[in-house]
Design a protein around this ligand. Structure first.
Ligand code: HEC
Ligand code: HEC
Length: 227
């Protein structure tokens, strides 16, 4: 379906919500084809998630991403957005998509860009963020050795442990960035060479460093709660 048609049917569908007697979602948009996925992605996501250096966010048209992200986590990210840096796409939160459409979008993106079996296997498949518990104390050491050379020591402005930065990124975002890297911006993936880590990080070190970075959220909360 082309994007104009998609928009037109979305408008009809949204208008339908206000009319008495017309059930919510009375004119569902067909969303079961890869053509729909590509078009929905181009219209809604590509400006930020495009491949290459021009995108403001992780490139999603990339098998390495799909190797580290589970459907559940991606669906969650799209439905509710990412703080102030990405809007929520779920209709109940003012977005354009029904839950079923978000599921279709994610399955479609995985078919288009994921390697076969990438939900569990693939290059980064040895890491499952949900099953390894991170230790923030151990992560502090990993951070100062492997990350601080590029990201600055603890507390420096613009660092990824800056509480202001952490308001803009979810824990999933931290996981993805650390595992997948940002090859578009010059950041290595977990299995590539880093300072003091010629063969990259272990799965446990990824869990530890993410836990360390995330632990600075508490500081952000306390600061904004005031006296
Ligand atoms: C060779 C330099 C380099 C190393 C080493 C490095 N990074 Fe990065 N990192 C970057 C660059 C460049 C960016 C993208 C620029 C930016 O977002 O400011 C980045 C971005 C990030 C982001 C933000 C991603 C986003 O989308 O906002 C996180 C989180 C991050 N790095 C974590 C880490 C962690 C954890 C380590 C250590 C395990 C690490 N980095 C090691 C260069 C590096
Ligand atoms: C205005 C820019 C913007 C738009 C539009 C946008 N995103 Fe995002 N998105 C971001 C930012 C910023 C992040 C968090 C940090 C990052 O990934 O660099 C993010 C994070 C995500 C994540 C979580 C990535 C992870 O860390 O694993 C997914 C999945 C995602 N977006 C999918 C989408 C999809 C699908 C669309 C379209 C329906 C979309 N985004 C539209 C900016 C955007």
């Amino acid at each position: 379906m082309n994007s104009r048609l998609l928009l037109a049917s979305l408008i009809t569908w949204l208008a339908g919500c206000d009319r008495p007697g017309v059930p919510h979602g009375a004119q569902p948009v067909a969303h079961d084809s890869l053509a729909w996925t590509q078009s929905a992605f181009n219209t809604n996501c590509r400006g930020c998630h495009s491949q290459g250096a021009e995108g403001a966010a992780l490139p999603l048209m990339n098998a390495n991403y799909w190797a580290v992200a589970t459907d559940a986590v991606v669906i969650e990210a799209i439905a509710h957005g990412q703080g102030r840096s990405m809007p929520a796409y779920l209709d109940d939160e003012g977005g354009p998509f029904t839950p079923a459409q978000i599921v279709s979008l994610v399955q479609g993106m995985r078919s288009l860009w994921g390697a076969k079996g990438s939900a569990t296997g693939g290059e980064g498949g040895a890491i499952s963020p949900r099953v390894i518990a991170g230790d923030a104390g151990a992560g502090a050491a990993v951070f100062s050795q492997a990350c601080a050379g590029c990201h600055g020591p603890q507390g420096s402005a613009g660092s990824v442990i800056d509480p202001m930065y952490l308001r803009l990124i979810s824990d999933q975002g931290l996981w993805s960035a650390t595992i997948y890297g940002r090859s578009d911006l010059g950041m290595p993936s977990w299995s590539q060479t880093m300072p003091n880590r010629p063969t990259g990080l272990t799965a446990q070190e990824v869990a530890d460093v993410v836990s360390f970075i995330s632990s600075h959220r508490g500081i952000a909360q306390k600061a904004s709660d005031g006296p």
